[in-house]
Design a protein around this ligand. Structure first.
Ligand code: UGA
Ligand code: MN
Length: 355
């Protein structure tokens, strides 16, 4: 609305200038022509009339435009009032989360069915609700999209895309396998990359890609940090690799030259999935780059990063990698002893209660 009014003001000023110029020229004309006496009087009158007509026409156009703007403003007011009545916070919420100038953050979250799934998704989604221009790509490790995740996303209040793909059987974890035995979430992240490259043109809509596992803990600051990523940005991750934190090591010029990690420091990118973000344009330029599920343990991150960036080109964030804004937390697998006993007794808990 403000833009419309200021346009009108600009047009009015323009008209005023034009008529002043016309008036000035008219005076000049009179001065120049006064020697020629009465015969030029007709010309001057003609010119003045022309300017006057033109001015009137422009004013009419402006009045028409202002009328339309006022009508649109009234309609917008009405829509806002109606929307507020039904959803009291909707208007403020929408204007708070939309900022046209910010690149969109696309967070890719692989997820799989287990007792804590809804709790994990609830925790991270309510963090994500605070982030502007945020698009959540949730990829279920399943042959079909589940009701639980579908309903959850519908009610989440987030902009989201819901996808699914099952990890190939050979790479699936067995019930009693230790979690590190097989890579997790790899095919799901790759599917999300496919989707992004197909649906978003980074040249028109700038974006940043982040791999946000469902069990980590995210400080909002990490999203502020990654928003400006030009190539690939990196930062420390807390509670990971058997250490209090892992992080990139920087030289005197503030560039990454090695990794602070105890486990396999020789990896080209010895960094956890939660410790980096990728500019979408860069990914678009390397559209074949994907995570490779076949690589040895710990090399999943390197399998993608080495295809799109070199260590020298990494952008350190979080105060030159001195702050921890994301934690590789892991949720304990709940014991269901009593639940199993009730089940055996033929008295299972109410299956209609979604947990
Ligand atoms: C660590 C890293 O932080 C992961 O980014 C990396 O994928 C994983 O190791 C690996 O080496 O494969 P970790 O905490 O051990 O992660 O793994 P999870 O949190 O159990 O799984 C990572 C993501 O994949 C989670 O979002 C999880 O929900 C999902 N996942 C896990 C599946 O989609 N399917 C599974 O069967 C297991
Ligand atoms: Mn995890």
């Amino acid at each position: 609305m403000r833009m419309g009014r200021s346009t009108i003001q600009k047009l009015l000023i323009l008209c005023l200038c034009a008529s002043l110029l016309g008036f000035f020229m008219m005076i000049m004309n009179i001065g120049f022509n006064c020697q020629n006496g009465a015969k030029t009087k007709g010309n001057v009158d003609g010119l003045a009339k022309e300017i006057n007509d033109d001015f009137k026409k422009k004013m009419k156009e402006l009045e028409e435009k202002e009328k339309n703007i006022n009508l649109a403003a009234k309609r917008l007011d009405f829509l806002q009032t109606t929307l507020r009545r039904q959803y009291p916070y909707a208007v403020d919420y929408i204007s708070q989360i939309i900022d046209d100038d910010l690149p969109t953050i696309y967070a890719i979250t692989p997820t799989y069915a287990r007792h804590v799934q809804k709790a994990e998704l609830t925790r991270i989604s309510q963090t994500f609700l605070h982030i502007k221009n945020f698009h959540w790509i949730v990829v279920e490790d399943a042959l079909e999209k589940s009701q639980l995740v579908s309903h959850f996303l519908e009610k989440s209040g987030l902009v989201y895309t819901h996808l699914n793909t099952k990890t190939p059987e050979h790479y699936q974890l067995g019930e009693n396998d230790p979690s590190w035995l097989k890579p997790r979430g790899v095919e799901q992240r790759n599917l999300a990359i496919d989707w992004l490259l197909r649906h978003v043109d980074a040249n028109k809509e700038p974006g940043v890609l982040y791999f946000a596992d469902d069990d980590n803990t995210y400080d909002l600051q990490i999203f502020h940090e990654m928003r400006s990523t030009q190539t690939v940005s990196v930062w420390p991750v807390g509670i990971v690799g058997g250490l209090k934190f892992e992080r990139p090591l920087l030289n005197a010029q503030g560039r990454v030259y090695a990794w602070y990690t105890a486990w396999k420091p020789e990896r080209p990118f010895a960094i956890d999935m939660a410790g980096f973000a990728v500019n979408l344009q860069l990914l678009q330029q390397n559209s074949q780059a994907r995570f490779d599920i076949r690589v040895p343990r710990g090399y999943i991150e390197s399998s993608l990063l080495s295809k799109i960036v070199t260590m020298e080109d990494l952008e350190p964030k979080a105060d030159l990698c001195t702050k921890v804004y994301v934690w590789h937390t892991r949720t304990e697998k709940p014991k269901m002893k009593q639940e199993d006993i009730l089940l055996k007794q033929g008295k299972p808990s109410d299956p209609n209660v979604e947990v």
